[in-house]
Ligand binder design. Structure first.
Ligand SMILES: [Zn+2]
Length: 118
C-alpha cells in the first residue's frame, strides 16, 4: 500500500470561547493541513492519484477565509478541525489514514481512527 501526503494551507479565524486563555478571543491562523490518504494500487502511469486532486478536494471543503465558529458545530479547535477535514475526505471516498492540522508552527492535532500512526 501507499500513503500519499498532501499539504494544504488556509487562512481562517476562530475563537475558543470556553478556553481560559487568549484563544477565547477572536484571532486568525494560517492553518496547515497534512492529509494522509491510503491507496492499494497504482494506475497505468505509475501513480496512486494526482496529488493536485487531493489538494483540490481539501480546498473544496471550503474553510479558506472563513470564521470557523460559523462553519463547524463545535468550538473549532485544531482537534475538531482535523476530525472535520478527516470526515469530509472520507465522505468524498478517500481511504483517509489521518489528518494533521497545524495551528501554529509548534502546535498540531492529528485525527485518525487507526490504532497506529507514524
Ligand atoms: Zn487559535
Amino acid at each position: 500500500m501507499w500513503i500519499l501526503t498532501v499539504r494544504y494551507e488556509f487562512d481562517a479565524a476562530h475563537r475558543l470561547p470556553n478556553v481560559d486563555s487568549p484563544c477565547k478571543n477572536l484571532h486568525g491562523h494560517r492553518w496547515v493541513v497534512e492529509a494522509h490518504v491510503r491507496f492499494s494500487r497504482l494506475d497505468e502511469s505509475g501513480i496512486a492519484t494526482d496529488f493536485k486532486e487531493i489538494k483540490a478536494k481539501l480546498h473544496s471543503i471550503g474553510l479558506d477565509h472563513t470564521y470557523l465558529n460559523e462553519v463547524l458545530d463545535e468550538p473549532p479547535s485544531a482537534e475538531v478541525v482535523s476530525r472535520y477535514i478527516y470526515r469530509r475526505l472520507k465522505e468524498m471516498g478517500y481511504d483517509v489514514v489521518a489528518v494533521r492540522v497545524w495551528e501554529t508552527p509548534n502546535y498540531a492535532a492529528t485525527y485518525t481512527e487507526e490504532r497506529w500512526i507514524a
